[in-house]
Ligand binder design. Structure first.
Ligand code: DP6
Length: 335
């Protein structure tokens, strides 16, 4: 038997991916950009094994056996097997694979669990099969945002223009230690499964949100400006673009018919808290961003962390509304 175990962290988008132009190949309607968290924080851990005695492909997710018949899993298997390296003893095409994966955070609570899960699966399979070169496009076949978790630091998923998706890949914008003062604080408002999954939500938005069409024109400039802000470590510009992009994404969700609303009253209180805090400091010190769920991710610099944490604890005590401070993360590389 040959086994490989890897971990892959969650990534938190500052320029959101929301919409596909190809559902099978998972080709996005816009490029996106995120920071990948550290290995010890919110992460997926996956063990893959091949053995001649295995009769069929099998997968366990957080201890429970799941089917491997989904098109996405099958696409990932097929593509990884196809790219198997030569010098390996593993027979990629014929031997069956067993996968065991676990998250150290709630699955499907809007915390990008599928991103870490698929990135981890593809990375582990690529080690098992000795795949060389680009693998972010294989991770993309599992879940779009997963391609960004293949790298640490700030990462752009370039939408690409080729119909086979070969140029729709993730590129590292800065290496993992470029901005060590940058922290991400996740405020867990709810760990319940989201009512409308990202895949389904973005499908409806593409069908009928006119704002989404406008956004496609807006994103390239945002990516350009936020990339410069990251390279220059210009927190104020970075924060402003991040918050505007999160707000625009949720505006698209509301512009979708029937509307999708991921934010709760507590999420909105967090937004208002951040703006009041920034006003009070007379400088932008904290940025919020929300994915397809009510949980807030705050980007801030380490020097402001103690003050923000104590204010959050004061205004959002866990016993009153279920809000919990979970992590303080810094981007690092996938090992
Ligand atoms: C709001 O990557 O989960 O988190 O490609 O259908 O699996 P699929 O969608 P997914 O969507 C993530 C959407 C988002 C924004 C982002 O991470 O960029």
């Amino acid at each position: 038997m040959k086994t490989v175990t890897c971990t892959a962290p969650v990534n938190i988008a500052v320029i959101k991916y929301w919409g596909k132009k190809d559902e099978d190949l998972i080709l996005p309607t816009n490029s996106s950009l995120s920071a990948t968290l550290g290995q010890d924080e919110l992460r997926a851990k996956t063990t893959v094994a091949v053995d001649s005695s295995f009769k069929e492909d099998k997968m366990w997710l957080n201890g429970k056996e799941e089917g491997v018949v989904s098109k996405r899993i099958q696409n990932v298997f097929r593509e990884t097997r196809k790219r198997k390296g030569n010098q390996d003893s593993v027979d990629g095409l014929n031997q069956k694979i067993h996968i065991c994966s676990e998250n150290n955070f709630p699955t499907a609570a809007g915390l990008a669990s599928s991103a870490a899960g698929y990135a981890c699966l593809v990375y582990s399979l690529s080690k098992l099969f000795n795949v060389q070169g680009e693998i972010s496009d294989i991770a993309r076949l599992g879940s779009g945002s997963a391609c960004r978790s293949i790298y640490g630091g700030f990462v752009e998923w370039q939408m690409g223009s080729l119909s086979d998706g070969s140029d729709s890949i993730a590129k590292q914008v800065t290496h993992d230690h470029h901005w060590p003062e940058m922290c991400i604080l996740v405020l867990v408002v709810s760990d319940q499964k989201k009512h409308t999954g990202s895949t389904q939500g973005m499908q409806i938005s593409v069908q009928n949100s006119t704002l989404l069409q406008k956004r496609i024109e807006i994103v390239p400039n945002r990516i350009k400006n936020i990339t410069k802000a990251i390279i220059d470590k210009d927190f104020v510009t970075f924060a402003e673009i991040t918050m505007k992009d999160s707000n625009q994404f949720h505006a698209i969700c509301l512009d979708t018919y029937p509307p999708i609303s991921y934010l709760t009253d507590v999420s909105r209180q967090i937004i208002s808290f951040v703006h009041q805090f920034n006003d009070h400091c007379q400088q932008t010190k904290v940025a919020y961003t929300f994915d397809a769920g009510p949980n807030a991710c705050l980007y801030l610099l380490e020097e402001d962390l103690p003050r923000v944490v104590s204010l959050v604890n004061h205004y959002f005590p866990p016993q009153n509304n279920g809000l919990t401070l979970t992590i303080q993360g810094r981007p690092v590389t996938l090992q």
